[in-house]
Unconditional design. Structure first.
Length: 343
């Protein structure tokens, strides 16, 4: 009898030990897929054990329970992330691709074994997140959005229209058969999603006073602008080099990205996407620190600089060969001026 009791206790102890969960501390750059592979279980098991709704969002230092003994049949399986590949095209950056495929720059870089500051090469193939196909029932349950046509007004950009109509820039561009870096023309007609229908509200008499024109976007203040401009001036004379991001040399957008980043403003890599991302500044309301854009070696916002005030801007000039200060009224730039953006 004593032998039988000891045997039962030993089996119970061994079973309890075998089924003991472990803890994993998330390291920078780790994904749930990599952690699951390391521990020999599925992503869904870890997700269920930790109540994770988004299996692609982990924080360094986060503690995860790693269940022992495989899956837990009492809970539904969580979908594992699906990936596909993307070949780099002209204008692609990690920032652009991360937004397009619903990822963070850090997540995309870690997935491909590169740094968030990496420069991509044309034809390079990256692993990206594939959009999960909704179940058939979900497709039937969600009515498709209708589309309307809108006319481009002064100050409109693809980015502004995409925000206004709850779309992404690539989605808006694809719907209209244009590039994501296209420069819109006043009066141009674009197709966009129709706003969702809402409950009918009582009619309201229009105001008798004239509407005020759209005001300039919020400004970060003189102290921030002085810091930005002071930093930019330190690089006067620094060599221009195509593709360079500093600090030994800069191209046009590399210079802007470098100095804005060091004053707390994160920008995309090219002037085309900077132009889309910024908020339009009405004519006559330029302030120091605003970014001014020009069409130079190719159509659209192909060159930009930082407005200093007093009709001057600082930029990394390929023609001058270095970072320099130029009057906005200079004939070459005056004729090619596209507008200004505020960040």
């Amino acid at each position: 009898m004593r032998v039988l009791a000891c045997t039962i206790l030993f089996v119970a102890f061994a079973a309890g030990t075998a089924l003991a969960d472990t803890t994993h501390i998330v390291q920078p750059g780790e994904t749930l897929w990599a952690i699951a592979s390391t521990h020999g279980i599925s992503v869904g098991v870890i997700a269920r054990a930790n109540g994770l709704r988004d299996v692609d969002r982990l924080q360094p230092g986060q503690r995860l329970v790693i269940p022992a003994g495989g899956s837990r049949p009492d809970a539904p399986a969580a979908p594992e992330p699906r990936y596909t590949t993307h070949k780099i095209n002209a204008g692609d950056t990690l920032w652009v691709l991360a937004r397009r495929f619903g990822m963070s720059v850090e997540e995309l870089a870690a997935l491909n074994g590169i740094t968030p500051e990496a420069t991509l090469q044309l034809g390079q193939v990256l692993k990206v997140k594939a959009a999960p196909a909704p179940p058939p029932s979900a497709k039937r349950a969600v009515p498709s959005r209708q589309y309307i046509r809108v006319r481009v007004r002064p100050g409109d950009t693809l980015w502004a229209l995409a925000q206004r109509y709850d779309m992404s820039v690539p989605e808006t561009a694809a719907l209209n058969g244009i590039g994501v870096d296209a420069t819109l023309q006043i009066g141009q007609v674009l197709k966009v999603k129709a706003p969702p229908k809402t409950a009918r509200v009582p009619s309201v008499r229009p105001p008798t006073t004239p509407l005020r024109r759209i005001s300039a976007p919020p400004y970060r203040g003189a102290a921030w602008a002085n810091s930005l401009i002071g930093l930019a001036r330190r690089f006067i004379g620094t060599k221009y080099r195509w593709g360079a991001t500093g600090p030994a040399a800069f191209d046009c957008s590399g210079f802007l990205q470098y100095v804005y980043a060091r004053t707390g403003v994160s920008l995309p890599r090219t002037t085309y996407y900077m132009y889309q991302a910024g908020r339009p500044v009405p004519e006559g309301e330029l302030l120091p620190g605003d970014m001014v854009f020009f069409t130079t070696y190719r159509p659209g916002p192909s060159h930009a600089g930082i407005y200093l005030g007093d009709d001057r801007f600082i930029h990394s000039s390929s023609g001058y060969g270095s970072v320099t200060i130029t009057p906005l009224s200079k004939d070459y730039y005056r004729k090619r001026y596209l507008g200004a953006r505020r960040f």
